[in-house]
Each structure stands twice: as structure tokens, then as C-alpha cells.
Design a protein around this ligand. Structure first.
Ligand SMILES: Cc1cc2nc3c(=O)[nH]c(=O)nc-3n(C[C@H](O)[C@H](O)[C@H](O)COP(=O)(O)OP(=O)(O)OC[C@H]3O[C@@H](n4cnc5c(N)ncnc54)[C@H](O)[C@@H]3O)c2cc1C
Length: 290
């Protein structure tokens, strides 16, 4: 459990140090994932690199027509921000069901994504909202769509020395809505058994012009249900169309059996929650009409 602590003086110093130390160094944001893992001896870094003071990873706000969320933004900020609640309800809803208030006050969105677990609460809504991940590294910056960020359980595209700097959400179409639904065993402090986020935009005829569905905890990584999305694009979102898409979404997941739920149950819940999340997102998109 012994490790040294490194306080970088700026972003370049942080990424240079992280690259030099490789697997021996780990970034510390809120520490709500990293510190318990160190205590439980699941990981034993030689250096813990505190990134909390890095300015480029902080803040949140309009970015061109889109919206920028610094990697150090706390989950509690996402939960309580009036702007996030109004414009990106799926993200605020997911933030509001992550752990407890104490955890949410220090946990960050960057830590949640870089932690890389399939149940990462903010991943499904950010996938549905079509986020890009902007990454800073020792040799420059790069940007990847979030649906290419996750490679496997606890594995992301981040290379030694790279830090997730920020998420950028594209401009919101006028008539759009989003929703996130988590199924867990208890009200608080429980990882999702299934998490589903949906985003829907409507054209002037009331047809679906954009649809994205993010799934959490039902595959080796958080993922999109792209076949289900395809079915709805260009269509009227009738009850029948939504049910059919939910059925297809169920076929796109690959959950595991574990102590918390069976594979069959998880699949069934993907169907139920996908329909529910799509209906909630649709209601919001229609509500904006008048
Ligand atoms: C009691 C409890 C309940 C929890 N409940 C939930 C829950 O319901 N849902 C859920 O999704 N999670 C839950 N978690 C897990 C955890 O709180 C979240 O994943 C949290 O968002 C992690 O953020 P953090 O800032 O604390 O990450 P940290 O612990 O600081 O870091 C996590 C990992 O990401 C890396 N990292 C952090 N920031 C960056 C960055 N900017 N660039 C590159 N790498 C980075 C770190 O090196 C580390 O490997 C829970 C944890 C606890 C202890």
C-alpha cells in the first residue's frame, strides 16, 4: 500500500511524468475508484499523480454550438447544474444515481469513464449524446468519438501518459430529448445491473431525425445499440416502432451471468428500459414543440 505522490506543475508535466513512469504511475482525480483499489491491493502504483489542479481539465460550458465538460467536473455538478438538467437530462439523471452524495461530491466524470468498467454510469448517456473525448498526451492532443473510447473491461484507448481532458457534446437539435434509466438492487451505493440512455430528435414532420441508445453493464464495454437506432431513424416513433427497436436492442447486448443478475434477466431488462427511455426522450422532444 506504499506509494509516492506526485503533484505536477502543469498538464505537460503531468503527461510527461505519466509517460515516463508508464504502468508504475496512475492519475488521481476524485480517488473514489483508485483509492479503494489501492487499499484492496487490486492495484499498486509506485506513483499516484494528482491531476486535480490541472486547469485544462476543469470547467464546463458552451463550446461553439456544442457543450464542453472538463474531465474533472464532479458528478454532483452534473447532477445539480440547471443547464445540464435542462439540456442533457440523461446525463444529469445518470449523475444523480451514481453512488451517494458524498461520492458524487468528489467523483469526477473523467474518473468514471477512465475507470473503464461496463457499468460506468455516465458512459451510457454520454454515448447517447454523441460525446467526443478529447485526450491530452505527451506528444499532443487527439480526439476520439466516445463510442471508440472503450476497448474492454477496464481498458480504454488511453496510452501511457495520456489523460482524458474533456468531453465535447455536439449542438442539440431544436426538438430533442434524452433520458437515462438505471436498474440497480438498491436506491443508493449500487452499480447498475442495467443502465439505458436514449436520445431522440424529431424533424418538422415529427419523424425521428436522430436516435442514439447507450447501454451500460450489459456488454464488456458501455456500447451503443446501433441496429435499434437504425430502425427508428426516419420513422414516426409509434409505440410499435419503439417496442420493435427495444426488442432489437435486447439482441445487441451481450451481458454476463454474475452474482447481481442473470444474463437472461439483464437482456429482458434492456428491452423494458430501452422502450421506457425512448418514450421519455420522445416525450421531452415533443414537449419542446410548443
Ligand atoms: C461507495 C461507492 C459507490 C459507487 N457507486 C458507483 C455507481 O453507482 N456508478 C458508477 O458508475 N460508479 C460508482 N462508483 C465508482 C466511482 O465512484 C466512479 O467511477 C467515479 O466517477 C470515479 O471518479 P474519480 O474521479 O473518483 O476517479 P479516480 O478514482 O480518481 O480514478 C479512476 C481511474 O481513472 C483514472 N483517471 C481519472 N481521471 C483521469 C483522467 N482525466 N484521464 C485519465 N485517467 C484518469 C485513474 O488513474 C483511475 O485509474 C462507486 C464508488 C464507490 C466507492
Amino acid at each position: 500500500m506504499r506509494f509516492d505522490y506526485y503533484q505536477p506543475k502543469d498538464l505537460q508535466d503531468a503527461v510527461t511524468f505519466l509517460e515516463r513512469e508508464g504502468a508504475g504511475a496512475q492519475a488521481l482525480a476524485g480517488g473514489t475508484d483508485l483509492m479503494p483499489r489501492i487499499k484492496d491491493r487490486l492495484t499498486s502504483p509506485k506513483f499516484v499523480v494528482n491531476v486535480k489542479a490541472l486547469e485544462q481539465l476543469q470547467g464546463m460550458g458552451a463550446d461553439g454550438g456544442g457543450f464542453r465538460i472538463g474531465a474533472l467536473t464532479t458528478i454532483r455538478t452534473l447532477e445539480t447544474s440547471p443547464l445540464v438538467r435542462r439540456r442533457f437530462p440523461a446525463l444529469a439523471q445518470a449523475a444523480g444515481v451514481l453512488g451517494s452524495v458524498q461520492i458524487r461530491n468528489i467523483a469526477t466524470v473523467g474518473g468514471n469513464l477512465c475507470h473503464g468498467v461496463p457499468s460506468a454510469e455516465t458512459a451510457a448517456p454520454l454515448l447517447a449524446l454523441d460525446a467526443r473525448a478529447n485526450i491530452a498526451g505527451p506528444h499532443g492532443n487527439r480526439s476520439v468519438p466516445l463510442d471508440q473510447f472503450f476497448l474492454g473491461p477496464r481498458r480504454t484507448v488511453l496510452q501511457p501518459g495520456e489523460l482524458l481532458k474533456e468531453l465535447v457534446l455536439p449542438p442539440l437539435p431544436e426538438r430533442s430529448g434524452s433520458a437515462y434509466i438505471k436498474l440497480g438492487h438498491r436506491q443508493a451505493m449500487d452499480l447498475a445491473i442495467v443502465g439505458v440512455a436514449a436520445f431522440v430528435a424529431l424533424d418538422s414532420q415529427g419523424r425521428c431525425s436522430e436516435c442514439r441508445i447507450g447501454l451500460g453493464a450489459v456488454a464488456p464495454t458501455p456500447a451503443r445499440a446501433k441496429q435499434a437506432e437504425k430502425l427508428l431513424k426516419g420513422e414516426k416513433l409509434t409505440e410499435a416502432a419503439i417496442s420493435q427497436a427495444a426488442e432489437i436492442g435486447m439482441g445487441e447486448c451481450q451481458p454476463i451471468d454474475d452474482l447481481r443478475a442473470s444474463r437472461v434477466y439483464r437482456c429482458e431488462m434492456v428491452k423494458v428500459l430501452t422502450a421506457r427511455a425512448l418514450n421519455q426522450a420522445l416525450a421531452m422532444a415533443q414537449g419542446e414543440k410548443g
